[in-house]
Write a new protein. Structure first.
Length: 95
């Protein structure tokens, strides 16, 4: 049996990232990868994501955020790795 490392990450994404389905695409990818947590738009134009899952799946999601969905232009990605807390049951779009 292979041990999977659990990870938690808090990400702020800036650039042209609102109004381009960034949240919906993030939720779809998170669910497909089995990640749990949330995504939301911030008043300053950034997107904020907090999620947990298998470290290799978390890294795949971060790779997506480096480019974003069609129509997005990611200028900066601020990634903060944190200790896994098993805090969430699913992935949702927060408002």
């Amino acid at each position: 049996m292979e041990f999977q490392l659990k990870a938690r990450v808090h990400v702020f994404i800036s650039g042209r990232v609102q109004g381009v389905f960034f949240g919906a695409e993030t939720a779809e990818i998170a669910r497909r990868l089995g990640l749990v947590g949330w995504v939301r738009n911030l008043p300053d134009g950034r997107v904020q994501v907090l999620f947990e899952g298998e470290k290799n799946d978390v890294e795949r999601a971060i790779d997506f955020w480096k480019r974003g969905p069609p129509g997005a232009h990611v200028r900066d990605l601020d990634v903060e790795w944190q200790d896994w807390k098993s805090e969430f049951r699913d992935f949702r779009i927060a408002h």
